[in-house]
Design a protein around this ligand. Structure first.
Ligand code: TYD
Length: 132
C-alpha cells in the first residue's frame, strides 16, 4: 500500500566545497540497483508516470529542483513533495504513480530494481483498479 512507501534521508558527506550523497547496493538501499534513469527538460505543466509496476521497486530523488509524486494503491492516495537531493522516496511495487508540478530545471533521478521491461507496466488505470 502507499503506507509502505517512505522517504529516506540519505547520508550527506558535507564539506565547504559541496556535498556528496551515496547509494550503494547492500548498504543503504533495500534492493539491488539494476538500472538508473533520469527525467529532465520537463516542460512546465507536464506530468509523467501514469502507470503501475507489477515487480519494479524504485528510489526516486529530486536531484535538482522539485516535483510531486502522487501514489495510489487503489484505496488510498499519498502526495509526496520531493525537493532535496538527499531525500529518496521508496516506491514499492503495485502502486499507481504520477509525477507532477516539476519546477524549471528539475531532474528526477530514479534507481530501479529491474531492467526496463514493458511487460512489467500496467498503463491502464481501469486494469490497475481491477487488479486491486
Ligand atoms: P515511461 O516509463 O512511461 O516514462 P514516465 O513514467 O517517466 O512517464 O517511459 C517513457 C518511454 O521511455 C517509454 O516509451 C519507454 C522508454 N523507456 C525506456 O526505453 N527505458 C527505460 O528505462 C524507461 C524508464 C523508459
Amino acid at each position: 500500500t502507499v503506507f509502505d512507501c517512505s522517504i529516506i534521508q540519505v547520508a550527506k558527506v558535507h564539506s565547504k566545497s559541496g556535498n556528496i550523497t551515496v547509494l550503494e547496493n547492500g548498504s543503504n538501499i533495500p534492493f539491488d540497483i539494476k538500472r538508473i534513469y533520469y527525467l529532465y527538460d520537463i516542460p512546465g505543466g507536464e506530468s509523467r508516470g501514469g502507470h503501475a509496476h507489477y515487480e519494479l521497486e524504485q528510489y526516486v530523488i529530486a536531484a535538482s529542483g522539485s516535483f510531486n509524486v502522487i501514489l495510489d494503491d487503489g484505496v488510498s492516495k499519498k502526495n509526496v513533495a520531493l525537493n532535496r537531493p538527499d531525500y529518496a522516496l521508496h516506491i514499492v511495487p503495485g502502486l499507481w504513480r504520477e509525477l507532477k508540478n516539476f519546477s524549471s530545471g528539475a531532474i528526477c533521478l530514479v534507481m530501479a530494481s529491474h531492467k526496463y521491461d514493458e511487460n512489467d507496466y500496467v498503463r491502464d488505470y481501469s486494469v490497475f483498479k481491477k487488479l486491486k
